[in-house]
Design a binder for this molecule. Sequence first.
Ligand code: SF4
Ligand code: SF4
Length: 120
Amino acid sequence: MNYCNYCPGYCCYRLEGSMLLLSATDINRLARHLRLSDGEIRRRYLENKNTFKVKEDGSCIFQAPDRMSKRCTVHEARPDQCRNFPYDKPCPYLKREDLLAEIAPRIEQGLRRAWGGSHK
Ligand code: SF4
Ligand code: SF4
């Protein structure tokens, strides 16, 4: 079973000490997908030279805030690190209660905001 299809994308939330690292190839792939220049991708979506901006809850700027699965809005053009994780091994997030406990409130916070605060 591919758990990623049913997962809210725990790996798309930034944790202290970890960061999504982008290559020039990643940026160019995304640029072609969104029909923008590489420079425009960098200007709009990158926080610094090497990584995407994140939203207030720490989620990747390309993660849809209003649904619980299939949340990557650029899935076809996602960076290599997103494609390759978890590197043919069992996903570490699904086994680590400490990581889930850290990220779950952020998911709820994002959903509450996206749904207008009606789901407490
Ligand atoms: S790699 Fe793990 S955390 Fe990321 S979407 Fe797949 S199952 Fe979820
Ligand atoms: S590009 Fe997509 S898969 Fe990668 S971190 Fe962002 S939302 Fe997640």
